[in-house]
Design a protein around this ligand. Sequence first.
Ligand code: SAM
Ligand code: SF4
Length: 323
Amino acid sequence: MEDGFGRKIDYLRVSLTDRCNLRCIYCMPPEGVELSPHNEILRLEETLRICAAAAGLGISKIKVTGGEPLVRLGVGAFIRSLKHCAGIKTVTLTTNGIALGNFLDELPGAGLDAVNVSLDTLDKAKFRRITRFDKFEQVICSIKAAQKTRLAVKINCVPIRGINENEIIELANFAGQNKITIRFIELMPLGLGAGLSPVPQAEIFEKLRREFGDLTPSAGQEGNGPAIYYNAAGFAGKIGFISALSHNFCGACNRVRLTVSGFLKPCLSSDIGCDLKAVMRGGGDDKAIADAIRAAIMLKPVRHDFCENSSRHKQENMFRIGG
Ligand code: SAM
Ligand code: SF4
């Protein structure tokens, strides 16, 4: 369907859990994380029901995310059921990669189309500094093992000033040598991310250009969303940028988000939306759920307000919203 500004909304990001087996410095505090009580978290069959209703309104692409989606029991069967939902064409997953290796027998067979693995550094000690866990090797092994399956694999990297900004070329080379697309995601001032400094796209672009030669926009559509992809003569892969701050993409935004507690958020930066869990648990039938989704999509704001309402954004948590 179209939102109030004529944008086609066909992509839903679904957070399956607010639990995680890492504690990335821009996302979760080292301890004292207030986790949602179990009865506040959607059961997987409830999530599925919402996805089916959304599919009836034109959602055809679903990203399974979290927290860490692979710590949610039943994630494989959930993905299999999603792929059987009428109207759902693509199901992809964003993961930190820690447990991915254990799922590579199950997920491709369940119909998963692609996996994005977060990797912010190639330095083992820095990995521990960023994620607060010593699990670097597990992620690298998972990436390499995932590549041997039919899944399309991408790497997501969030460059942070003073932390991993000096590793852009190494990370790109790692991706290139393994023929993986890498995307650089501009750090957003949400939750703990608000206390760290992003590295603007232009700066990363220039570093890559100096190393690999001119970056030319990649022909054709790749992926589900706002990433802009480039090729370079000296680089055997694609390099993508997702830069919500320096290159606002709200005009072409096609996505809405379902939080772990069943709140449909039409915009990452805004509080408005609809508590679909309440609709459903209050006895709402499939039509009532679809009507609530439609109404929430019509509330989608014209653009994000990350630069205006910083104190509110600091209270948000990416691990609940799903990134
Ligand atoms: N745990 C999984 C992972 O790390 O890939 C999925 C959830 S995580 C919230 C989804 C994505 O959001 C990750 O790529 C992560 O790096 C990114 N992310 C988290 N906080 C962010 C922030 N403040 N700004 C930009 N990206 C952020
Ligand atoms: Fe966990 Fe992903 Fe957040 Fe890191 S970014 S703490 S892996 S949810």
